[in-house]
Design a protein around this ligand. Structure first.
Ligand code: ADP
Length: 483
């Protein structure tokens, strides 16, 4: 694929590539170089309306296929995606910035959702309820919810799409996809894959462009039965409010502020290695990234020393360079937010153990040095607000009770991690953490076969696993009188 110039047509409605009715266009910018890489169609609510109409028209036939028939399309798409892994990874890195090895991993993960739901779609069971009345038979019949609007973020431009498409299509729903305006290229490539496997027209539609206008159409259109969204808590709340008039179902994966709890009985090497992987993967721009590290007081010095040793060898740069471990932030706002949180922490008494500066060396993009803060306290923004950047604050604690309270004192409830070799402690602490996901000696919980999702202001609903497909199904209750 040529990564310059413009698409002839970059939206996909009712099985045809097209452009925004308005004729508007925007450019995708490479965040590592600030070069414009490709123009795409910048659609709005009018385009979204057409896409919803197409999805509605396609729904009955798609829902009437057997699960086995639908799964064939998903399985073919999975296979094709893996065949194109390298090409897709390069496109992803170019528009999003993450190191190529991570992008390859994301494509494999993205494809795995298509594979897993190709299989799981065949196992959507109903229920027979033993009736209290001998003259009746009671059933529960799962049915696809209808037209789904999927709004996806830029931090995982590929896997956040398939994590929604896999279960939606497997369940028998039709979809209108709106990817993030920073990363439409990966979305376009995914739609091309479904076109190549001959998905029936209207089953998957793509509208790129103005989030406010497209979002407004999704919220107000009564034919959209479910909005599935991954993004900020702020926009998630807006979608909830805006969907009230049409009483839509919402599936929301929102912000997080993950704590890592490192106890003095942990395997320190493992804890350090995993803390780095969790915090600096995707330059800290992952909703389940470690945001704040709590280390038991007696091991704080050793932990920090080991951490710094490993961090000093990390290479910052353009993700296409195979040596690079840390890419750029997505845009200027993201960079300014990290800088602001860093300055706030310093002004409130934190010390810089490493980094702390915008990184400019030979690079034009939005880079910030991997940064470690010590002497951190609860009053600092970094300990309360999502950072989405390479800033790692270390706070110490004395007791288990104290750290559980610190960890739970948060409006978010997506993921939390703990490191300990003590089995009793692991179970005890896990049960008390108010989070949808807990990693015990593990920071990579997101897999196709398990239910991923937050509580509190981190969202509602699950993606992945048996539970993931339930979001796209209505349970029709049938009461039948016998003669
Ligand atoms: P971030 O701040 O990380 O970019 P957002 O929540 O703004 O996260 O973006 C996630 C997704 O939500 C993107 O696809 C974005 O275009 C979309 N989005 C942003 N604002 C709105 C809105 N008002 N209505 C619908 N979607 C929106």
């Amino acid at each position: 694929m040529q990564l310059d110039g413009q698409y002839e047509k970059s939206m996909y409605i009712n099985g045809l590539w097209c452009n925004a009715e308005s004729g508007n266009q925007e450019h995708v910018v490479n965040p590592a170089s600030l070069n414009k890489i490709k123009a795409f169609s910048y659609g709005d609510g009018a385009d979204a309306k057409k896409a919803v109409e197409a999805a509605k028209k396609a729904f009955t036939d798609w829902a009437n296929l057997s699960a086995r028939e639908r799964s064939k399309y998903l399985y073919s798409a999975y296979t094709l995606m893996m065949e194109k892994q390298e090409e897709l990874a390069r496109i992803l890195t170019t528009e999003q910035g993450k190191p190529l090895a991570e992008a390859r991993g994301e494509i494999a993960s993205a494809a795995s959702y298509l594979q897993w739901y190709a299989e799981e779609g065949n196992r959507v069971y109903g229920e027979i309820i033993p009736s209290s009345n001998k003259g009746k038979r009671l059933f529960v019949v799962p049915q696809p919810i209808g037209v789904v609007a999927a709004i996806t973020p830029w931090n995982f431009p590929s896997s956040m799409i398939t994590r929604k498409l896999g279960p939606a299509l497997a369940a028998g729903c039709t979809v209108v996809l709106k990817p993030a305006e920073q990363t439409p290229l990966s979305a376009i490539e995914i739609v091309k894959i479904f076109e190549e496997v001959r998905l029936p027209k209207g089953v998957l539609n793509l509208v790129t462009g103005d989030p406010t206008s497209i979002g407004q159409e999704f919220m107000s259109n009564p034919d959209v039965r479910l909005i599935t969204f991954t993004g900020s808590t702020e926009v998630g709340k807006l979608l909830m409010r805006g969907s009230a008039d049409t009483v839509k179902k919402l599936s929301l994966e929102l912000g997080g502020h993950a704590p890592i709890l490192v106890f003095d009985d942990s395997d320190l090497e493992q804890a350090v290695k995993m803390t780095i992987m969790s915090k600096f993967r995707n330059c800290g721009q992952t909703c389940i990234c470690a945001n704040r590290i709590y280390v038991q007081h007696s091991i704080q010095e050793e932990f920090t020393a080991k951490l710094m040793e490993q961090l000093e060898s990390m290479k910052i740069g353009e993700g296409l360079d195979e040596q690079v471990n840390i890419g750029p932030l997505i845009d200027e706002n993201a960079l300014l937010k990290v800088k602001h949180q860093y300055e706030d922490a310093i002004s409130k008494g934190a010390s810089t153990a490493l980094g702390g500066k915008v990184y400019k060396e030979k690079l034009n993009g939005y880079f910030f040095e991997p940064t470690v803060l010590t002497n951190v306290s609860n009053q600092m923004k970094v300990m309360n607000e999502e950072t989405f950047g390479p800033l790692l604050p270390i706070q110490t604690f004395e007791t288990e009770e104290e750290v559980i309270e610190l960890a739970n004192h948060d409006r978010y409830g997506l993921a939390a991690y703990l490191f300990t070799e003590n089995l009793n402690r692991a179970i005890r602490v896990m049960e008390k953490l108010e989070y949808g996901i807990v990693g015990i000696n593990d920071v990579f919980p997101a897999v196709a076969e398990a239910p991923f999702g937050g509580i509190k202001q981190s969202g509602q609903g699950k993606e992945g696993g048996r539970e993931g497909i339930m979001e796209y199904l209505e349970m029709k209750y049938v009461s039948m009188g016998l003669k």
